[in-house]
Design a protein around this ligand. Structure first.
Ligand code: ADP
Length: 267
């Protein structure tokens, strides 16, 4: 009986090994596939704006004398716009790399939520120029322990998206409320919202619902970076659709600091 049990044991171990080997091979193949997809996506995102800028610059050089001042201005605008797009993509890639390497160390300090929201709104004034902006920050919110640079960047990303994905003239709302032991900051817009099937994935790296949309083309990194920044500060992010009307709702939830030592109270 003992021998039979030992044999069965050996067989079971062998089976587990086989399954593990298969798992490992599958995982390696999946990693390989992901790396390839990533490279294709990155080269596409780098080459598309570069090709447009190069095309515009060549036209300027070759047809200089034949071009009207308006045509020249348009070509220059293209060069600048596409270079900015390229720059944004590279900055995003670097942020993402830093996050994945665990190299983002938040500089946490007690901050006033209303103030940080104001700064983010000031920074996005130009992109939000065609939208109405409503600020609904509860008075008497507790100060939060956050890195103002990272937090502002998250808000700027969400506001940029609201401006990009909701029609001009519509209202973008920034709301901040206390919810128990947390403060929830929400950016709400009046666009088409996010298809139910994509809600779970919008924070994934390089994920885009509007893949072939050149006008609203982005890097697909803004939300992934935002989630990384918020999690580095001990918070969580959420994406969904508004219940009261069409539009997307993005939330950042941060814990209220447990106890505030007197010397930590923000000036
Ligand atoms: P992108 O640079 O493409 O905007 P993000 O990571 O910021 O990348 O967003 C990922 C995707 O989530 C976007 O491509 C878009 O499809 C969707 N998305 C983000 N914000 C909104 C919004 N406010 N309304 C509708 N869809 C949105």
């Amino acid at each position: 009986l003992l021998d039979a049990l030992a044999d069965m044991g050996a067989l079971a171990i062998e089976r587990v090994r086989l399954v593990e080997d298969l798992d490992r091979a599958e995982r390696a193949a999946e990693t390989d596939r992901l790396a390839r997809a990533l490279l294709t996506s990155i080269s596409h995102d780098l080459r598309t704006p570069l090709a447009s800028a190069l095309g515009a610059a060549s036209t300027l050089r070759d047809l200089d004398a034949a071009l009207t001042p308006e045509a020249k201005a348009e070509l220059l605008a293209t060069i600048i716009e596409e270079s900015e797009r390229l720059n944004r993509f590279i900055v995003n890639l670097l942020d993402m790399t830093r996050l994945e390497a665990g190299a983002v160390a938040p500089n946490l300090a007690l901050q006033d939520v209303a103030e940080t929201v104001d700064t983010a709104l000031r920074r996005t004034q130009a992109v939000l120029a065609g939208h109405r902006v409503a600020v609904d920050v509860a008075p008497d919110l507790p100060t939060l322990r956050l890195d103002p640079v990272l937090f502002e960047q998250v808000l700027v990303n969400l506001l940029d998206n609201a401006a990009k994905y909701a029609p001009e003239g519509s209202t973008v709302t920034v709301r901040a409320r206390r919810e128990g032991r947390s403060v929830c900051i929400a950016v709400l817009d009046e666009g088409n919202g996010i298809p139910e099937a994509d809600v779970e994935r919008v924070f994934d790296k390089f994920y885009r619902v509007h893949k072939s949309d050149r006008v609203r083309a982005g890097t697909g990194l803004g939300l992934a970076i935002s989630r990384g920044f918020v999690e580095a500060m001990g918070g969580t992010v959420g994406a969904g659709n508004r219940r009261d009307r069409p539009g997307a709702a993005f939330t950042v939830t941060l814990p209220v600091p447990a106890r505030t030592a007197p010397r930590e109270i923000a000036a």
